[in-house]
Design a protein around this ligand. Structure first.
Ligand code: CP3
Length: 349
């Protein structure tokens, strides 16, 4: 087993002291990078990139070649799970993800099969082990999955949605059907993340992008309880190291205490909450990851540096901070601005 040359990301997740605040960016391998756009054109489509382990490895490495990042994240997508469940994922240019089949009725939910992740999602596990080989201990590799709730929004609505009206009608009118769907997803996500860990993922993040659209009680019942179930089913130690779990609920600032009580190691924060307040609320239970507004990257490098300093000051002199954006970097960002951001964290962190 190759030794990790840079473990400040894992140390910060364990709330151990580090020489400086570690940093990575959600969607760090993406369309803002010209080399990503070139690889995607060469692969043919986004799904061709994801399903080819060598291509997935190539794009995972691209941001690390440019910037002093402290972690790599598997290049894939959260929607590989519904695809493996037979829904037929495809990407319409400029329109985001779509499914050929949806899951809306009791019969459709009952018929849904829990996939064998080691066969139908074998390409993801191959990508993880290929990336680990290529990284050769340079930085740790993060694996990930969508939360059951977030995956269900795409499966029921058939793609992206503004109001989640079909799934929301289901949780209010037919909660037992929604629970059956979410339970199948939680079982699949647990197996999927465990397979990624066994293939070499050294930390995992659960993306609950749409949990923040729920009421407080519906969030507990339809999103958080399934993430808690997943956290308790995960392999927490591998290759002689702890495998930390990060929960990220976008717009979840109201529920940090409950999230911290799931047994996870860290919370991902969006930019709507002050990170110092968040730290005071969760105390020493979990590390915090975040939380600069990704739109700051449209501003000048001087402004970006000021915003970085502000977040570092707000967090204060405590262990357990991983710098990140509050959501994914957007395609319109100038790679030079991403550089100014990352270098500011390296300088001031
Ligand atoms: O962070 C990384 O660099 C790892 C790769 C990653 C992707 N998607 C690549 C991607 C990760 C972690 C995701 C997670 C994901 N995917 C989420 C949760 C996080 C979030 O951003 O909220 C969600 C909701 C999805 C679903 C998804 N995939 C959508 C809605 C879209 C299209 C929207 C868009 O930005 O156009 C995707 C496509 C996608 N996933 C792209 C990338 C780089 C763009 C595809 C392309 O190249 O055209």
């Amino acid at each position: 087993m190759t030794e990790l040359k840079n473990d400040r990301f894992l140390k910060a997740l364990a709330r151990e002291p580090v020489d400086r605040t570690p940093i990575w960016m959600m969607r760090q391998a993406g369309r803002y990078l010209p080399e990503y756009r070139a690889s995607r054109a060469k692969a043919g489509s986004f799904m061709d990139l994801c399903t080819n382990p060598d291509m997935a490895c190539e794009v995972t490495m691209q941001p690390l070649e440019r910037y002093p990042l402290d972690a790599a994240i598997l290049f894939s997508d959260i929607l590989t799970i519904p695809d493996a469940m037979g829904l037929g994922l495809y990407f319409e240019t400029g329109e985001g993800p779509r499914f050929r089949k949806t899951v809306r009725t009791e019969a459709e939910v009952s018929a849904l099969e829990i996939p064998d992740v080691n066969t139908s999602l074998d390409y993801v596990m191959k990508a993880v082990s290929t990336i680990r080989g290529e990284l050769n201990g340079r930085v740790p590799l993060i694996g990930f999955s969508g939360s059951p709730w977030t995956l269900a929004t795409y499966m029921v609505e058939g793609g992206s949605s503004k109001d989640f009206r079909r799934l929301k009608a289901m949780i209010y009118d037919q909660p037992e059907i929604a629970h059956q769907l979410l339970d199948k997803l939680a079982q699949t996500v647990t197996a999927y993340l465990n397979a990624q860990i066994l293939s070499g993922a050294q930390a995992v993040q659960i993306f609950d992008t749409w949990g923040g659209a729920l009421s407080a009680s519906a969030y507990e019942e339809f999103s958080l309880s399934y993430m808690r179930q997943i956290v308790s089913g995960l392999i927490r130690e591998h290759e002689g190291r702890k495998v930390p779990v990060i929960l990220f609920t976008k717009n979840g600032g109201l529920w940090l205490e409950q999230m911290a009580d799931t047994g996870c190691d860290a919370l991902g924060l969006d930019w709507t909450i002050n990170i110092g307040d968040a730290r005071r609320r969760v105390g020493d239970r979990v590390a915090l990851q975040g939380n600069m507004d990704p739109a700051v990257l449209y501003a000048s490098p001087q402004t970006i540096r000021k915003e970085v300093k502000k977040i570092l000051t707000d967090f204060g002199d405590h262990p357990g901070h991983i710098f990140n954006l509050g959501h994914g970097i957007t395609p319109e960002v100038d790679p030079e601005h991403a550089k100014a951001f990352i270098e500011a964290v390296v300088e001031f962190g």
